[in-house]
Design a protein around this ligand. Structure first.
Ligand SMILES: [Zn+2]
Length: 191
């Protein structure tokens, strides 16, 4: 990475972004006035999408806040209270998580649930459907079950196109100096 003059990120997790951010920041060297030396600044352009939402962002180590500086901006991971799963499920996701987090262990003592095993996934799906019928919750599919268990958010081609275009534009601006870069965050929401 130290050979790159700019890194454009299209990563799928906070952990992976943290890693590349730390790497880019580690290349920084300062002169005797405590100013970052230009040739050691390795800008990052980060793009990400989640369904109909996306962002593009420019991080210039030593100049702008880095990824770690603003990591607290991420919303907490969605988790459901166990009592809701056990007593008052209201959505398909509640039923799926009930089968996944509670019912699986009750029935399969000791066997670890493997999300990549289709038999396991089918079992979760069947249990979730039973529970949904019991509580009158509609809208079940196998792929919804898979998505909820594996935390998969569908990728939308148009969001990806818009965000990748924004990233390409920022990379172009940084490499050519033809214009000022984003200062320093762009969010996109389909409305
Ligand atoms: Zn920082």
């Amino acid at each position: 990475y130290s050979d790159f003059s700019i890194t454009v990120l299209g990563l799928d997790s906070i952990e992976a972004r943290s890693y590349i951010n730390a790497l880019a920041c580690s290349f920084l060297e300062y002169d005797s006035d405590d100013k970052p030396r230009d040739e050691t600044i390795k800008p990052l352009v980060d793009g990400g999408t989640e369904g109909f939402e996306g962002h593009a962002r420019v991080i210039i180590p030593g100049v702008t806040p880095c990824f770690e500086c603003t990591i607290w901006l991420f919303p907490p991971q969605v988790k459901f209270p166990l009592c809701t799963l056990a007593e008052t499920p209201r959505t398909a996701a509640h039923c799926i998580e009930y089968a996944h987090l509670i019912k699986w262990d009750e029935v399969h003592s000791g066997e670890t649930f493997d999300p990549d095993d289709p038999e396991h996934m089918k079992w979760i799906y069947n249990e979730a459907v039973k529970r949904a019928e019991l509580f009158g919750i509609p809208g079940f599919t196998y792929s919804l079950t898979q998505g909820a268990v594996k935390n998969i958010i569908p990728a939308i081609a148009s969001t990806n196109a818009i965000v990748s275009a924004a990233c390409a534009l920022e990379a172009l601006k940084i490499t050519t100096g033809c214009s000022k870069t984003l200062s320093n965050y762009l969010t996109y929401t389909f409305a």
